[in-house]
Design a protein around this ligand. Structure first.
Ligand SMILES: Cc1ncc(COP(=O)(O)O)c(C=O)c1O
Length: 493
């Protein structure tokens, strides 16, 4: 291995281009015949545009400006460091022709590395935590990479963690691990390209830069460059709840690519002037708003950064130039936070803010369904299953024998649930002839017909399959999780 100076620009012939000075202007790809043709996709990385986000910024004095890193050819900010880490490794002699690149990644770095490897003829093996969406895993495989999936909720040192597994794979002959969390070519790339671009694009008027922090390469590289040009520029860090960067208790969270449970060597915490800690819900609902109000399809960590930027902008003057970096696109999250069902299942679908009540859901249910499908203790399991199938419901309350629609809440003795009945039937076929009274489960939770929907939400999101709705001590209906999902989805603009 040769000692190299990662700040030596001549190493990065493909990353930033030999003659190109990002502070002077965008890279121009003119071939020998004067035609504007890029030699390959690597020459189109970087130089991402800035765009004003007026609608999102309507409640704060300045207009936020977004840096659209999803417009990089591979779809994320990580395109920039993929080729840079490869060029630095080639210069150091640790990556040779025909070598294998091994990296733990949440997906985006994998794509950036895979594009560069495709051009340079390297094999790729990526190790991801299982919280990463299938969309992203399929994407890396589409670029020809092998993808190894590991459990998310294990300690970094655990042999099953994606850090440890990648270490083992990188120990194989002719394998190289760029190690974005320790590789100084990561922040250096942003010092050489993203920082100078921002300075040029804002005509040196930038007052604050906001971004999420994963490896910290983006914040550190850009922060160092901008502070070198304008010492009082503010670097604002957006951090998910559960990450140690902003000093929170470490716990799992759903936003991908940012936050951490250890301090990477690529991150200089001193560069951040102010942190905002952001919940998964605020990250995802903000990302959905950006897409619906600005038409910019953005990933979850982009929502985190914009939520923080809006909080910061509240305290800033109208003419402040605040740039927020949007690291990747929403395309990698269509089956996640951009899916209403997923959001509701994770208790994050925009609540009704107290505007809707249980009665609204009851009113939205199909009329042909009786309000209160119920059964009695002396009826058999077979009869109960027939009722469930007849009305297409998965659970129902058990009323005292002889009591029907005139039931009072005191007449509700228990409940039966399809999955529990089928379990019992699988264990003991004779159960079909047993009276419900012998197999029923505790009553379903109860909610008032005029109760705000948000209050019922938590109960259903926490696990109960349905709630019995009462009006003045009289059961009047049942609301299931599916009823609530359908109703809430119908409320989304
Ligand atoms: C979606 C997303 N956002 C933000 C980041 C943070 O960038 P950095 O690692 O440079 O701090 C990453 C990094 O992986 C990412 O994938």
């Amino acid at each position: 291995m040769r000692e190299i100076d990662v700040t030596d620009r001549s190493i990065y012939t493909r990353t930033i281009g030999i003659e190109h000075d990002p502070e002077a202007g965008p890279r121009r790809n003119i071939d020998a015949k004067g035609r504007e043709i890029a030699p390959d996709l690597l020459a189109l990385m970087g130089d991402t545009p800035l765009v004003a986000m007026e609608r999102i910024s309507k409640d704060v004095p300045p207009t936020l400006i977004a840096k659209l890193e999803m417009l990089n050819p591979g779809g994320s900010v990580k395109d920039r460091i993929g080729i840079a880490m490869i060029e630095a490794a080639e210069a150091a002699g640790v990556l040779k022709p025909g070598g294998t690149i091994v990296e733990p990644t949440s997906g985006n770095t994998g794509v950036g590395l895979a594009i560069a490897a495709a051009r340079k003829g390297y094999r790729c093996q990526f190790v991801v935590p299982d919280k990463v969406s299938q969309d992203k895993i399929s994407l890396m495989r589409a670029y020809g990479a092998e993808v190894v999936v590991c459990p998310t909720a294990v300690d970094p040192e655990d042999p099953r963690s994606y850090y440890s597994v990648s270490d083992r794979l990188a120990a194989e002959p002719n394998a190289f691990k760029p190690n974005q969390y320790f590789n100084q070519a990561n922040p250096q790339t942003h010092m050489m390209s993203t920082g100078p671009e921002l300075w040029r694009q804002t005509n040196g008027l930038i007052d604050a830069f906001v971004c999420g922090v994963g490896t910290g390469g983006t914040a550190t590289g850009i922060g160092r460059y901008l502070k070198g040009r304008k010492p009082d520029v503010q670097i604002i860090g957006a951090d998910p709840e559960g990450s140690l960067y902003s000093g929170d208790e470490i716990h799992p969270y759903l936003v991908e690519g940012i936050g951490e449970d250890f301090w990477p060597e690529t991150f200089d915490p001193a560069i951040v002037d102010h942190w905002y800690r952001v919940s998964d819900r605020d990250s995802f609902t903000t990302a959905r708003r950006i897409t619906r109000e600005e038409g910019i399809l953005v990933g979850g960590s982009g929502g985190t950064a914009v939520w923080a930027a809006l909080e910061y902008a509240r305290t800033q003057p109208e003419d402040a130039t605040i740039v927020v970096l949007l690291p990747d696109s929403g395309r990698g999250y269509l089956s996640k936070f951009l899916d209403d069902k997923w959001m509701a299942e994770h208790g994050m679908l925009e609540r009704t803010g107290g505007r809707k009540h249980v009665t609204d859901v009851l009113g939205s249910k199909p009329e042909e369904l009786p309000a209160l499908v119920h059964v009695h203790p002396n009826e058999t399991v077979a009869q109960a299953i027939a009722l469930l199938q007849e009305f297409g419901v998965s659970q129902m309350p058990v009323f005292r024998d002889g009591v029907h629609e005139d039931a009072m809440i005191g007449d509700v003795l228990g409940s039966i649930r399809e999955n529990a009945l089928l379990d019992a039937a699988l264990k003991d076929a004779d159960v079909m002839q047993k009276p419900i009274g012998e197999v029923m489960q505790p009553p379903l939770p109860v909610a008032g017909v005029n109760e705000p929907l948000d209050d019922v939400f938590a109960g259903l999101a926490a696990g109960s399959p349905a709630v019995v709705i009462v009006d003045d001590e009289r059961p009047v209906g049942v609301v299931t999780r599916a009823d609530l999902l359908t109703f809430l989805a119908s409320q989304q603009g």
